[in-house]
Design a protein around this ligand. Sequence first.
Ligand code: AMP
Ligand code: MG
Length: 404
Amino acid sequence: MRDALVSGLMAVDEALRQLLALARSEPFTAVEQVALRGADGRVLAEDLCAAIDLPPWANSAMDGYALRLDDLVAQPLRVSQTVFAGQAPEPLQVGTCARVFTGAPVPAGADCVQLQENCEVDAQGRVRSLDALRRGDNIRPQGNEIRARAPLLAAGTVLSPIALGVLASQGFAQLPVLRRPRVALLSSGDELAGEGAALGPGQIYDSNRVVLAALLERLGCEVIDLGCVPDDPLRLRAALTGAEGAELIISSAGVSVGDADCIGALLREDGEVKLWKLAIKPGKPFTFGHVGAVPLLGLPGNPGSALVTFLLLARPYLLARMGVERVEPLRVPVVAGFNWPKAGKRQEYLRVRLDGGRARLLENQSSSTLLSAVLGDGLLEVPAGETFEAGDVLDFIGFAGVGV
Ligand code: AMP
Ligand code: MG
């Protein structure tokens, strides 16, 4: 069912497969160097290998006493040195132990660390180990986390705070990352007014461009804002020629049949329509094509549809062009807290809230509203042709996992 054409509509999986193949054939390639501290969310452009062993030297995992196991036959042991983290110890004198603290380099010659709570210190300050020990106990050997020159992070890694921490631990200060993709963004529709404008008769405020610009920026894109463009092929073409240097165009509205279908008309005249009309709800009129040589993702106008198609289709497409490997939203199983007795013809994305581990359906599922999405935690994926009951398990896509 999922791979088949549903009443002339292309299945979401098939559309995504085609989109990703196109994206992989047209990767973004420009690279720039950025400071480690400014690299959060950027995409690594080269494979990186470890520069140093981590830890760079054997160190203590605990506060305690570093000693040589063979010396325990002659305990108590005199403390011959104290080593704090950040100090360089002397080799351990035979028949003695070293006071060490977590992270302190272990003196050469010591082969284990006894925890301080397992030791007894006598009146002369000599140490007796009260608990059994094995060689290597409580020592973090040199290079046991990361070996110098071993592969560290691959090109296409999205640099998260965790990845940046790993690179910081290796001493990287500058990183090769993909230059920010230049994405031209426009809203199409005679009825649209931009933020700050007074509403004329019959007008509504443009919300899609605000949502999409923020989502694109979170993906590391540089947004070329083309504003609101009326449903007029000439004005539309003029706006797009203003998008100099754009590597991708994202539009909303103007792709449905009842509408002037300005975007579709432009694609057919100046380029090519590759995808149109998908078995997705909301979001059926989603369109993909090229204007000249520039790919265009034509999202539907209804704000709920624009959001869903951006997350399910445009975002994976962009990530694939950035060379990222895992581009699809992470799906996790959740228990439905409601019945869905009527099977739909299209794969449906329901806005839900997770309460007590169950997905609760938000009241207004209209494609025209964003309000239910703002109250929700994510989307419940209902395959075409399926029904379910409360207690059944379905795939859930959390907004937090897709940058919302
Ligand atoms: P269309 O795809 O042009 O048929 O638009 C579908 C619906 O979405 C219409 O009700 C439009 O007014 C509305 N719409 C289109 N673009 C936007 C936008 N940028 N922000 C908010 N609503 C929009
Ligand atoms: Mg319209």
